[in-house]
Design a protein around this ligand. Sequence first.
Ligand code: THG
Length: 606
Amino acid sequence: MKSFLEVLKEKIIVFDGATGTHLQGQNLTADDFGGEYLNGCNEYLVISKPSAVELVHKDYLEAGADVIETDSFGSMSIVLAEYNLADRAYELSFKAAQIAKRVANDFSTPDKPRFVAGSMGPTTKLPSLGHIKFKDMAKSYQEQARGLVEGGADVLCVETCQDILQTKAALYGIVECFEEARRRVPIITSVTVEAMGTLLLGTEISAALTSLEPYDVDVIGMNCATGPAEMSEHVRVLCSSSPKPVFVMPNAGIPENVGGHAHYKLTPAELAQYMTHFVKDLGVSVVGGCCGTTKEHIRQLANAVGGLAPKHREIDFVPSASSLYQTASLSINPPPVLIGERTNANGSKLFKDLLAKEDWEGIVAMGRDAVKDGAHMADVCAAYVGRNEVQDMREIIYRFNTQVQLPIVIDSTEANVIEESLQLIGGKAIINSINLEDGEKRIDDVVPLCKKYGAAVIALTIDEQGMAKTAEKKLAIAKRIFDLCVNKYKMRPHDLIFDTLTFTLGSGDEEFRRAGMETIEAIRLIKKELPAVKTILGVSNISFGLSAHMRHVLNSVFLHYAIEAGLDMAIVHASKIMPLYKIDEKGRELARQLIFDERRYEEVAA
Ligand code: THG
């Protein structure tokens, strides 16, 4: 019998229709649910009235669905706690999968294999709003996943996601479950775009894609909230930019309130017509029905698209980072991507003072200022001697996640600080940074976290001998780090960002006269030898020790030549970077001579 992933490559996969709508139609009594206090707990029906659940499955399989979803949308401890059933999460999940698998097997033939998708809903809590801790949520999903997989689910479907941090917690729990079982099944993640055009918390579909795409998930898509018409622009975005097959499972229209009940107006023929357009014109490959869809909806849907092969999509995938709200590419035209440097305890006196006073709102205001300054991302560093960096980062990152629109660059050398931060970020973060100062230890500690939480990483050209001084040495270290990250830890090259680091030219120190040139040349070499990776620089380092005006000039001129060499990203005080034409001729020339070591001492003194 073919596997789910094999069939996914060959034909359009049709999921079933609404579980809740079907169960409601069966007019179940409180007794059917196992008593008054369980009335409405659909997940308990697998114990109290399994025949009702079987009927749902049979009807959708008869209608032609390739996949049925288990009656487990809320069968995780977080939700079941509301019915005092928290300790039954594994059991209910297992049973739900077992029932579905039995019915699916009855219908399965070599020509038309039928599959079971373990349904994993969003729970009733939003971790981005502090309702629950990441690890607690992940544990609950891990237990549900174990029940579903052991009960026979062929694929897991994390659906109706409203907070991407919730989805990340679910994926964390699922991966833990797979590691424990030494076995994986395919994963679908599906977000819910509300009628207003974003996820409940304000996430744009492109940002959701950026956050989820690094994970080892097989299908990414959207379900619930609206009908297909309202989804079409978002489906278009997914189909044009997602490297993974696209899943769409709409409601039978936006629910209307009729006599206190949700009423869904979209007819089976209308659903089939929209979905045919999505499949044939946009390239959607997995379809189904959410709230309000019936057996007849699925019958017409399966008839319309069930026999089609997936359309080949031309995708324009752009490696990016994201916040909870928006996505930001790792390379833009014209370059560079600007990363705000001021939200750093070592980089700004104001930030440091606010941190000392624990003025979190003031710190958030600095994050918002980075947006106004024109930054595309924000570098955040809370390393401050004598304070607890983990606690401080928690306070800051928790607020930045929902209150600052920019993707976050976590600037820390401590693995525990990095992990705690990652557990608070709904977007795709960038870790700043790894290096080879203590051999491979930092990479061994940090890179698995990047994989586990779907982050990109900045790698500094530092090895056991210290910070590399020549372009060749910087390239050699970059290659060594690339090999470890890509071959040992399976990072994707486009999630690696190399920082060729510079010493200041402001010290007057003989040893560092070539520092700027070597850094620039190293960028050129890395872009040539490792074309898929990105490059970055902390630009202000070049000018430590000089006067404020000279710093702005030198930073701007240095940045100009670094960009010429292929620099993609720059950590800067964005509003203080000047285009070259705004710098007077003399200052520009002096900075150029300083960078390219053409100066004579008399000129600098003058
Ligand atoms: N590479 C990577 N990360 C980095 C650096 C890098 N992170 C930290 C640093 N270098 C980049 N950030 C800054 C931030 C501020 C300054 C320099 C680099 C700076 N600040 C003023 C000063 O110290 O004089 C203070 C301004 C103020 O108080 O407001 O220059 O290279 N990957």
